[in-house]
Design a protein around this ligand. Sequence first.
Ligand SMILES: Nc1ncnc2c1ncn2[C@@H]1O[C@H](COP(=O)(O)OP(=O)(O)OP(=O)(O)O)[C@@H](O)[C@H]1O
Ligand SMILES: [Mg+2]
Length: 298
Amino acid sequence: MTHLNLSPVRPSDEPLPDMLRETGGASAEFAHAAPRPMPEGTPIALSAHNVGAWYGSKKAISGISMEIAKNAVTALIGPSGCGKSTYIRCFNRMHEFAPHARVEGTILLEGADVYAPGVDPARVRQRVGMVFQKPNPFPTMSVVENVAAGLRFMGVRNRAEISDRVEEALKLAALWDEVKSDLKKPGIALSGGQQQRLCIARTIAVEPEVVLMDEPCSALDPVATLKIEDLMRGLAERYTIIIVTHNMQQAARVSDYTAFLLMAGDGAGHLVEYRSTADIFTNPHDKRTEDYITGRFG
Ligand SMILES: Nc1ncnc2c1ncn2[C@@H]1O[C@H](COP(=O)(O)OP(=O)(O)OP(=O)(O)O)[C@@H](O)[C@H]1O
Ligand SMILES: [Mg+2]
């Protein structure tokens, strides 16, 4: 992957060129989003403080501050292009795979800065796993090898341990009963919904603390979607889940907290409103949130 520029991820202390400064009065427009909608004392898994992210000279998100509750499901909603995927990829340092990518602000995982010098990005990605929009099992691997892949990468060699952890992950991903009689079949021979649960099993096999899901159901039919939604509620007992979705019913059904992002005049995505899901869907405080969740724009 030598074509990737992984270097300047962290903001330097140098002042930004004028063209990269926030413009368009975005700060005032987005000044009211409270970063902490959860009750006092709620354990926090991740904290974002004034996070911005760049692709070269393009600022994709700006000034986002949010605390993410532990063992809860947090949904991110907002129109296409407002920076939802970019934002969640900052949490596990995947943003830096993009050429000329840069992150500013601070992201704390269990209180520790994930961008601090000396932090191993691979370790961050193990602690903060990711499930993508399109199911992406490793094409040449069987069901069992797909789930075992992360464990082997982490250096687990004991066969009995791998086998136990694969079975546990497949059970947690609600896939075990459907595949247990044919664990050697290729992962890509499963249905789309099964493949997505396989990818969830692969992600949780390495025992992450947080699971990021970027539109995990957008390629699935309604039945497979409901299965994944059921699964998510169960997974939140063990993991902290952050899901990006364009499906308002899905956000309302599965999440405890919802954040609404919107692109401002400066072309970057900002946080408009972040509240408990029950509140935001029944009593949005910001007109722009209301317009979005009622389908009036976006
Ligand atoms: N690799 C990249 N290089 C340059 N710009 C990018 C890159 N990826 C995303 N962007 C830009 O960053 C902005 C935010 O994109 P992002 O994919 O995060 O939005 P999104 O909210 O996830 O959209 P969608 O709902 O369509 O998935 C967009 O303007 C997009 O064009
Ligand atoms: Mg996206």
